[in-house]
Design a protein around this ligand. Structure first.
Ligand SMILES: [Zn+2]
Length: 61
């Protein structure tokens, strides 16, 4: 399901983007782009999302 992201930034292998969900609420999505890492989560605030991105460690090396 394609969502339109804005303010996309990259922190290491992790991307942080802001988008609106189906109800029009702002969501801050963190997604890791590293191979075989499925980390992906939504946060209510940009600060929380960026903190999660900064502290993320891939489960694989
Ligand atoms: Zn990862």
């Amino acid at each position: 399901m394609p969502r339109r992201f804005r303010n996309v930034t990259r922190i290491g292998p992790v991307r942080v983007g802001t988008a609106y969900d189906q109800r029009g609420r702002e969501k801050h999505t963190v997604a890791c782009t590293a191979p075989r890492c499925d980390f992906c989560a939504d946060y209510d605030s940009r600060a929380a999302a960026e903190l999660a991105a900064r502290t993320h460690r891939c489960p694989i090396r």
